[in-house]
Write a protein that binds this ligand. Sequence first.
Ligand code: MSP
Length: 513
Amino acid sequence: MSKNFYITTPIYYPSGKPHMGHAYSSIVADIFARFKRLEGFDVLFLTGTDEHGLKIQNEAKKNNKDPKIFCDEISLIFRNLTKTLNLSNNDFIRTTETRHFKSVEDIWNRLVDSGDIYLGKYSGWYSVSDEAYYDKDEIEDSSGSKVSKISGSTVEWVEEESYFFKLSSWSERLLKFYKENPKFILPTSRKNEVVNFVEKGLKDLSISRTSFSWGIPVPKNKKHIIYVWLDALTNYISALNYPNIDDNKYKKFWPADVHIIGKDILRFHAVYWPAFLFAAKLSVPKRVFSHGWILSNDKKMSKSKGNILDPVEIINNYGIDQLRYYLVKEVSLGNDGSISMENLKNCINNDLANNFGNLCQRVFSFIKKNCSNKIPKINKFNKEDEKLLNTLKNNLPNLINLMNEQNLNEFIKIVVSYSFDANKYFNDAEPWALKEKNPERMKVIIFTVCEQIKNISILLNSIIPLATKKVFEAMNINKDQIYLDNINNLECFNHNIELKELNILFKKIENDN
Ligand code: MSP
């Protein structure tokens, strides 16, 4: 089995400041990327910005800026956000880079060579905000203007010469592909939407525009600009040095293991992208996982509703691990989920401060006081100790499986329950009462609970990397030991050196804060 793993986020439109929805796509992808590294995989994790098209050109104009300068500025904000979110991405791609131009031109030429492109005339509805074409049955009237029924965004009538991609000829192949690869689209509920859409019959897709200039020109007909979605989707292979398909990076990482995206861009990833790749005779990604919307005050975030949540502000107030944990604990991945500051505070207090944080803190201070600040060495467990450790150990294959199916919520629920159990074990075993009576037994309890803190920290490492790093450092566990393989490896501790100071992991949030 290959131990390589390629995961991507959507590339973001640098049309305005990033909001919580963008942060969410990235955090989710980062958690899976980090988890695969814990599993011992060589992971490539890609993110970036999607900089062409009319939407960006208009936005730049509104700001009186040249589009490239406008993109440089906002793309940098997205790049900086990768640091603020503590993402472990290996690359950040911009569609205005030369490596990407080469790649888009090449895929275009492949589609021409395969006979999948023809010149025609497009007349129909287009949403600049979604950069998407809509059929008349996907349009409705709303306060005097025409909007997309799917996204609610305004559409305009477009009539212009355009190159078309013969999408219609790929319906059967796509349906066969979905059938043969039942986990290509997850969650399954979304898969049904896509299958229904394709079963209705696909129309050829307009893949070039002539009414604006901000984009990648069609090779051999510079009057046309390549449709921004064909341009954008290709980013996933541009980052692998495509068109050089003999390149090691391409060979190693393509097809991608999973594209993490929001549900609004599923059609592009699960229909258009595989069809382009089929036509170009390139492999198709293994999975597209689409998450739901983050709702603010139960509504989709928008400038007009004034309910945009700024991730940076929340991180400055509460901390990045806190936000990462909360988002994936609270929102069921795949469904829409409301978030609120009230729930965030409760989550920080209950799950992080009172449960995992408290477990670590009380065990560390006990060791300092009663065990010369060293994790004791022991050689014999009793049934309770074994039960605590084995419950987690025996469930490890299931936990790995949950993460590989992107069932993040179930994973967290189980891991948090282990932390709760470890707290209870420590309470029930009352090591403080054994100091004089039975110091050997006390040592076993302390070792067991340390072992479990280490195991839980490895499991939570992809979700709350900063806090767990502090725990590992305090326990003198080095970077090379932070792998799933070391769960229940009883040899990880150095019993001869003192623990380092463990500062409070998660401050409790007072209610009026
Ligand atoms: N540029 C395209 C993606 C091209 S990928 C080849 C795009 N960009 S976007 O900036 O509009 O959105 C990027 C991602 O953010 C999408 O996955 C979208 O679903 C996600 N979100 C934007 N708002 C969101 C919420 N309110 N909640 C959750 N995610 C949402 O689309």
